[in-house]
Design a protein. Structure first.
Length: 167
């Protein structure tokens, strides 16, 4: 049987401890410090399951995130929607490598396309969504590593421009 992975992921080695990475991820409204396309990130709360925040990209796109799984020091899973529609999931996981390094992995699944026939879904994922979102996640992780390793806030489009998320 044909087994096709519909997830989109990126991972990066971060040159700080897993504890430091978790401390950043667990900080409310922190995305504006390290996300190169994030204009605003207000949080209702950010400390476990049920936590919510809002994303506003420089391009004007807006999304809501809700934590559906939270494991202290390891990661969390998010339900991401655009005005309650176009649901996706995003999983963030930290894997310690040693006392001063860890791996951060983001895995996304675009759920709102599940209703499409397989061949259309496959083509959409392979030729449109995976190329765009893999690049996006790479920029996201570069920004995170930069902030975690230097303590300096990223600048707008610091690692390159993406029309969907930036101006």
């Amino acid at each position: 049987m044909f087994n096709y992975d519909e997830s989109i992921f990126a991972e990066k080695e971060i040159a700080v401890s897993a504890e430091q990475v978790w401390a950043i991820l667990a900080t409310p409204a922190c995305l504006v410090r390290w996300h190169p396309f994030m204009a605003k990130n207000p949080a209702e709360r950010w400390n476990g399951v049920g936590s919510k925040d809002h994303l506003t990209y420089y391009s004007g796109l807006e999304f809501d995130r809700e934590v559906v799984y939270w494991q202290e020091g390891v990661g969390f899973d998010l339900r991401v929607t655009e005005n309650g529609k176009r649901e996706c999931t995003s999983s963030w996981r930290i894997t310690p490598l040693d006392e001063k390094r860890c791996n951060l992995r983001i895995t996304c699944r675009i759920l709102y396309i599940k209703k499409l026939p397989f061949l259309i879904r496959w083509a959409l994922l392979e030729f449109k969504m995976k190329p765009v979102f893999s690049k996006y996640l790479g920029h996201d992780l570069k920004g995170f590593a930069y902030y975690a390793e230097t303590g300096k806030q990223v600048t707008r489009n610091q690692f390159g421009f993406m029309p969907m998320f930036s101006k």
